[in-house]
Design a protein. Structure first.
Length: 283
């Protein structure tokens, strides 16, 4: 039996590597194909659409993305809206998480379940009512309207995640702050927030990715490039004629908006993994 153990371990390792390579190929191949298509010129794309490698690398599609439409404005809209959504969500969720994680009051468990239920609600279910509210307050086609609508799905997520972190902060820190005469708000912003920095980075990054990629609300609540974000702008790319679909430009724009997210995830990947693990296990 012992003589077979090395063979079994070797076969197990080979099987794991094969599965890992298959998963890696499945995850990375779409992005590779987008990069390959974006580097293929419009003239060659029709004849080399299925080629694994472009015969001639060109940056024309990337230049056409910014020359043919106000894509720079769309990028600015996405940056402002996603950043504003994250900042407001983290500020409000830090206050809510402090109350839910450190104070006892009736109905706290019910409130937590309500927040969880809101986070899994489909966007289409609240679209009509939210559209009426956006129009009533004259927020249509504005950054503020998009930020307000995006917080519907980012705020429950950040509240739920940060609450799990706040519960694990030692109570002695609060007691020491109270002894020194700090108020609850001073305790939160001067004592707890520095401790919560890894949690804030994790939840903020994930909320930023969700807001950056959001499409339905951006499509519904914008009508021109005043506030239109990049997902809607890419979906509306058009060719020289109604029969032409500019695949090269679409892929180039997709690569442009994906690279910043990849960089952010690679930089903060340890915070993301540790944050999700702590929130799932300790919460």
């Amino acid at each position: 039996m012992n003589s077979k153990n090395p063979t079994v371990r070797t076969l197990t390792q080979i099987a794991l590597w094969v599965v890992a390579l298959i998963v890696l190929f499945y995850v990375l191949f779409p992005f590779y194909w987008a990069v390959k298509t974006s580097l293929t010129g419009p003239a060659q794309l029709s004849s080399e659409a299925l080629a694994w490698f472009p015969t001639h690398v060109t940056w024309q599609n990337f230049r056409d993305v910014f020359a043919g439409q106000p894509f720079g404005r769309n990028l600015l809209n996405s940056v402002v809206v996603a950043s504003g959504t994250v900042i407001l969500s983290l500020l409000l969720s830090a206050l809510a998480a402090y109350a839910l994680g450190k104070f006892r009051f009736k109905g706290k468990s019910i409130l937590m379940y309500i927040i969880l239920a809101v986070s899994v609600f489909p966007q289409i279910a609240v679209l009509s009512g939210l559209y009426t509210m956006i129009k009533t307050f004259s927020l249509y086609n504005t950054w503020g309207g998009l930020i307000l609508s995006y917080m519907i799905f980012t705020l429950p997520f950040t509240v739920w995640t940060l609450t799990a972190f706040v519960r694990e902060i030692p109570t002695e820190l609060e007691e020491a702050a109270y002894v020194d005469g700090a108020s609850p708000l001073q305790t939160l912003f001067q004592v707890l927030l520095p401790v919560m920095t890894p949690a804030l980075v994790t939840t903020g990054l994930l909320a930023f990715i969700n807001a950056w990629n959001e499409y339905l609300f951006a499509l519904t609540f914008t009508s021109d490039n005043t506030a239109k974000t990049v997902p809607v702008a890419i979906a509306n790319f058009s060719g020289a004629t109604i029969y032409e679909n500019p695949f090269g430009q679409i892929m180039a724009a997709s690569v442009i908006v994906t690279i910043p997210l990849i960089i952010l995830v690679l930089v903060f990947q340890r915070n993301i993994v540790s944050g999700l693990t702590a929130g799932a296990v300790k919460g």
